[in-house]
Design a binder for this molecule. Structure first.
Ligand SMILES: Cc1ncc(COP(=O)(O)O)c(C=O)c1O
Length: 479
């Protein structure tokens, strides 16, 4: 535990101490009619057997605590244990969303300050913490965009995206009934001419992540903003790659109107994986009144939930967001401070470019040289040998590394998308490079039949989706 960590922990403790009222839990909180009448039938096992069983199970899985996770775009980054400990504090856990505001002032303060911190990092003016994941943030943002145009009496039904966009962008737009228009990239960046041709009176918004999913910074961001705004549309920033630019620039400076954060990709919270994540949405002051309610505000030294937002799209999640994920992000920002936040991005970009340089003679690197926090290689040349990117990804598991993201973005043939993140050490990156180099020297049979050393061998990629074991119909039949 270093000094800063201790300080961050105590700061959060102090806030709880100062503001929280402990909730008394009765000795037996369950009513008699649902309380267990007999002791559960649990096998009688010695403690060490139980521990061995769970240790064995944990070793069959691969997680961020077991090793390097170079998963581009989806980013599994380190989940600091101090924030896990904080989340187990009774004062973080034993609160209820229906408690009166004056008994949860500490919680509200943390949420209020996190809103402010995120606004500062993004250069935007107001924030909602409600969305439960990045994709949920996208949908929230698009609902705001939709309401904004509707209030102006405009019917705009098109969302434009570059071909590097993450799949959730067009999916979120389609879910809201928008028509999506994909424009091609030129040298890995938005093709300005294609954008100019695509915009028009039906353009509701353009969605962009910067740096884009190739890890390339879209240096024409201001020009893009001008084109979209001149056409009466709004500019949406997919904040998934924000960890590449924090403290250097921000969506506000690039004239974006609205954005989401992926707290798990930028601020070291666990990746939801279908479970509780967090994708706060930030907007410019003109769009504040459209945010979902409530947001947390402060007046006369008291924190309160503000429901009075004139154009609000309403609630998009029960209560106020995934509180324990928000607490982790808050603790991380507090611990890092503003210099630390900038250093995160510097280190993420340095690690990515170090790895890129080491690997560009192993596989091809389409489009130019420098990258931001991630880069995309192409395994196209492997096809001559009868191998595919998928085989390399599987073989990496035998070497003890999680595979990078593969086959995304689609504009790169046989893509391998690598994001080392800022937290990894040079030795770890070198180990990964050595593993990839070693795999390239191996015989085709060994690689194409990998993995050999994992608990589960090669699985059928599509069977689970094509032949689901549990379907809605089956569940209905069982009733
Ligand atoms: C560029 C980009 N946008 C959006 C998302 C969606 O975020 P989430 O997985 O939190 O829904 C991701 C996911 O990893 C992403 O990489």
């Amino acid at each position: 535990m270093n000094q800063i960590y201790r300080q961050a922990r105590y700061d959060v403790h102090d806030i709880f101490e100062e503001h929280c009222v402990e909730r008394k839990i009765a000795d037996n909180p369950l009513p008699d009619n649902i309380a267990r009448k007999e002791a559960p039938q649990i096998p009688d096992m010695p403690e060490y057997e139980v521990i061995r069983h769970f240790t064995r199970l944990s070793q069959m899985n691969y997680g961020i605590d077991s090793g390097f996770y170079p998963l581009g775009s989806c980013t599994m980054k380190f989940n600091p244990k101090y924030s896990e400990l904080l989340c187990r504090e009774t004062k973080a856990l034993d609160i209820h969303p229906y408690q009166p505001e004056d008994t949860v002032q500490g919680t509200l303060r943390i949420m209020y300050e996190l809103q402010q911190m995120l606004a500062e990092i993004s250069g935007m003016d107001a924030v909602t913490l409600q969305p439960a994941a990045g994709a949920h943030g996208e949908m929230t943002g698009l609902m705001i965009i939709n309401e904004y145009h509707r209030k102006k009496g405009e019917e705009r039904n098109e969302i434009i995206l570059p071909d590097t966009a993450h799949g959730t962008n067009p999916a979120s737009a389609s879910m809201l009934g928008y028509k999506t228009i994909e424009i091609p990239s030129k040298e890995g960046c938005v093709d300005i001419k294609a954008l100019e041709e695509a915009v028009g009176e039906n353009t509701a918004a353009f969605m962009l992540t910067n740096p884009n999913t190739l890890g390339i910074f879209e240096k024409d961001a201001l020009k893009i903003a001008e084109i979209i705004h001149d056409a009466g549309g709004l500019l949406y920033y997919d904040g998934a790659n924000l960890n590449a630019i924090m403290g250097k620039t921000c969506p506000g400076k690039m004239n974006f109107d609205i954005m989401h954060f992926n707290l798990h990709k930028t601020l070291a919270t666990p990746h939801g994986g279908g479970g509780p994540g967090s994708g706060p949405v930030a907007v410019t002051k003109d769009l504040r009144s459209y945010l979902p309610v409530p947001i947390v505000e402060k007046a006369e030294g008291k924190y309160y939930l503000e429901y009075d937002l004139e154009n609000s799209i309403g609630r998009i999640k029960g209560f106020y967001g995934n509180w324990l994920v928000l607490l982790r992000a808050y603790a991380y920002i507090l611990k890092e401070g503003s210099d630390g936040i900038t250093a995160i991005s510097e280190r993420a970009v340095l690690n990515s470019n170090y790895l890129r340089k080491q690997l560009e003679d192993v596989l091809e690197l389409p489009y130019g040289e420098l990258r931001k926090h991630e880069f995309v290689l192409s395994g196209s040349s492997l096809k001559k040998k009868g191998l595919r990117t998928l085989d390399i990804a599987k073989r990496l598991l035998d070497y003890g590394y999680h595979a990078p993201t593969i086959y995304f973005p689609l504009i790169v043939d046989e893509a391998l998308m690598i994001e080392p993140t800022e937290t990894e050490r040079k030795e770890t990156l070198d180990g990964f490079v050595n593993a990839l180099r070693a795999i390239m020297e191996e015989d085709v049979e060994t690689v194409s039949s990998a993995p050999h050393n994992t608990a589960v061998k090669r699985v059928d990629d599509t069977q689970a989706s094509r032949e689901p074991i549990l379907s809605y119909r089956m569940r209905l039949n069982k009733r």
